[in-house]
Design a protein around this ligand. Sequence first.
Ligand code: SF4
Length: 331
Amino acid sequence: MSKIGIPRTLAYFIYFPFWKTFFEALGQEVVVSPPTTREIMDIGVREAVNDACIPIKLYHGHVAYLADKVDYIFCPRLVSVRKHGDFGTETFCPKFLGLPDMVRLALNNLPEIIDERVDLKKGKDELLKVCARVGETLGQSGTEIKRAFKQAMKVDGRFKQLLYQNYTPVEAMAMIFDQQEHIPPPRQETDLKIAVVGYPYAIYDAYINAGILKLLQKEKVRVYTQDMLSDKTMNRQARTLPKSMFWYFSNRAVYGALHFMQEKGIDGIIHITAFACGPDSIVDRLLEIESRRRNHIPYLAIAVDEHTGEAGIRTRVEAFLDMLRFRRDKA
Ligand code: SF4
């Protein structure tokens, strides 16, 4: 049995249930890095190239944490996960495409990196082919791989169902894998409804965003994110734009935000944006313009980086909530 290390950042928040199930069904042990800490961030900032965005720096920190604890680091080269139909070409941001190379160059003494290329727009059997290549690296037979793939697809389907029931990925994973500390409490009375959009690794990493989701929860805010929407719902928004953003996670943030801007009962939108992210400079401007054009919905952008302090975020979020309450009570 080998130990497979999975960094708890970037695509973790979307694909972990699938890959954990797949590896475990093959009899491998999955080791996940812990939630981001100051130490993990400091290592990432020190080891990654200077001009990388903060999520990429964090990824380096998580990989460094796992390096001496596992036999393999699972770091697939994510190119695409769907055909984007008439909406234009779509890939992951270039940093995702070069991630295995960046990590190899920046960090010493790494175990073997499983860096299979994932380009699912090539055809409907492509994910099974990726799994076959990953499984073969681990010495598994075709029958074992097919069985593990089936189980992983089943768990992934359950994960998506929970997301569509408005659970966050962290809550949905806790429910699937019985992680008591993250299982959501019964839903309480709601004062405001806010859509939080952005990259999953910015929204759900409580360290990098200074615990914004918890803060909203304490303020009796019901939070919705783009990950709670189906592709079909989001693609309706894709049709309202002259062209797509080209990058997968950016498209999801934009389509999700546009959906919530038109959704009755949503009081405001918060966009968590990553400092030094090229795509986000366009996403943020677009959302600002669209929030004015579509119903004048209140919009707050919060940029996170390695210097983000809890006090600064708290002040801005609390001021935003006060403004939303004032606006609602005046109406
Ligand atoms: S989309 Fe932006 S934040 Fe995400 S990896 Fe690319 S540059 Fe970094």
